[in-house]
Design a protein around this ligand. Structure first.
Ligand code: UGA
Length: 433
């Protein structure tokens, strides 16, 4: 088939590369000339394991075409996927302007029957608004169907998730559109769930909010564990071993971040406000997450007798999770801001996210960055672990101890065994332990 992706973020680019690799002819349309030029050379605009290799391979085999031109990419397509960003507006609602702009461009260039499927995370009702834009902007005799095809990939494991999804959800009125989408997904061995458009839109928000709720539940339990002397990891293991609950997404830490959970929970809350339904459960998920960042910071502050002035603090990890350079809504950001606001100095190391961290923090929150994990500990008062990169798990803690002014670790991701670290002579503060 010939498929077009509008957008080259995590969803658009990863899915485009995977479908090209399955033998389809794939166009990927962007609006930024510099990014499209780089993509034509096989250079991806963000770090995702294995992605650059897959893009290069499919560019060489001429199955993957990057372009700025809708006129080149839309007319031949059997399916057009909208994969543009839907960031939060100040009200918490999703900003749909990029979705509607893309729809106008698609409308102008439709030729022959096309399925227009939205992969962007959009509130209920959005796809029907897309249909209206297409209807209004297209040539008179051109036929199309719309579908909602939410994406469930995770950053850091995006290729694997796309090639091996737990399920594919497709919502549409038209059986023909669903048949086209099922045919396209045939080489991917998974469950193909046919729904209505509204149901598919709700599945995406529900899935992300329930996953975020599991994390906020674990974090709420960890606040208590910190005080009563229970061990959060064993507590959640004991809970998660119940098959009805499951073991995943129960790791307590410094709170969830990224480009999805924070914005999608906010958008679901905004939907409950719009339709005046009780949204307190979803609001609590968001509130606990803010408290999780703050709880970690307060633990550090308390250790220094509420006086962080002049203290030098090392942060290991800046990205919102390992194996990505993404800093959007990363928990490291509020933690760094709180430390700086209290007069501390921050020295940070992250294997991939430093450039994006500089942009996110701006000049107002300037911190020092080091090229490796050990030099970030030179002469500092404490080590804070904020992102659980693998290289921290096997770090030489004897070396770390020699570098630090005082051997104290605040482990926001519970990557170390308390007993072992204490035996090495560290003061150790885990999360919920
Ligand atoms: C999330 C969902 O997991 C994907 O299914 C979804 O497709 C995606 O959002 C999206 O809507 O596009 P992602 O944000 O890439 O994926 O990353 P996750 O692995 O879900 O992690 C999100 C945050 O939760 C991270 O900050 C992570 O550290 C945190 N987390 C995760 C925890 O604090 N505890 C856990 O047990 C799991």
């Amino acid at each position: 088939m010939t498929i077009t992706f509008i957008g080259h973020g995590y969803v658009g680019l990863v899915t485009a590369a995977v479908f090209a690799d399955l033998g389809n002819t794939v166009y990927c349309v962007g609006r930024n000339p510099e990014k499209i030029n780089n993509l034509k050379k096989g250079l991806t605009p963000f770090f995702e394991p294995g992605l650059e290799e897959l893009v290069k391979k499919n560019l060489e085999q001429k199955r993957l075409i990057f372009t700025l031109d809708y006129q080149e990419a839309i007319p031949e397509a059997d399916v057009v996927f909208i994969c543009v960003g839907t960031p939060s507006l100040p009200s918490g609602e999703a900003d749909l302007s990029a979705v509607f702009k893309a729809s106008e461009e698609i409308a102008k260039n439709l030729k022959g029957y096309t399925v227009v499927a939205c992969k962007s995370t959009v509130p209920v009702g959005t796809n029907r608004r897309v249909a209206k834009i297409l209807e209004k902007g297209k040539k008179k005799d051109v036929k199309f169907d719309i579908a909602s095809c939410p994406e469930f990939l995770k950053e850091g494991t995006a290729l694997h998730d796309t090639q091996n999804p737990d399920r594919i959800v497709a919502g549409a009125d038209s059986v023909k559109a669903l048949d086209v989408l099922e045919e396209l997904h045939k080489p991917i061995n998974s469950i193909f769930l046919r729904t209505t458009i509204e149901t598919a839109e709700m599945i995406k928000y529900g899935a992300n909010t329930l996953l975020a709720a599991k994390i906020s539940f674990a974090n709420s339990m960890s606040f208590l564990c910190d005080i009563v002397g229970a061990d959060i990891e064993q507590v959640m293991e004991g809970i998660g071993l119940d098959n009805r609950i499951g073991k995943q997404f129960l790791a307590a830490g410094v709170g969830y971040g990224g480009s999805c959970f924070p914005k999608d929970v906010k958008a679901l809350v905004a939907m409950t406000k719009r339709y005046k339904t009780p949204g307190m459960l979803f609001e609590a998920v968001e509130e606990v997450n803010q408290i999780a960042h703050e709880h970690f910071f307060q633990k550090v502050k308390k250790y220094f007798h509420n006086d962080l002035k002049g203290k030098k603090i090392t942060l290991w990890g800046l990205a919102f999770k390992p194996d990505t350079d993404d800093m959007r809504d990363a928990p490291s950001l509020p933690i760094i801001k709180s430390l700086l606001n209290e007069g501390a100095k921050v020295v940070a190391y992250d294997p991939k996210a430093v450039e994006n961290a500089k942009k996110s923090l701006g000049e107002k929150y300037a911190i020092e960055y080091t090229p490796d994990a050990y030099s970030a500990c030179a002469g500092t008062d404490a080590l804070l672990i904020v992102t659980e990169w693998n290289e921290f798990k096997q770090a030489d803690l004897e070396k770390v101890k020699k570098q630090l002014k005082k051997p104290v670790i605040f482990d926001g991701r519970n990557i170390y065994e308390a007993k072992k670290v204490k035996e090495l002579g560290f003061e150790y503060y885990g999360t919920g332990k």
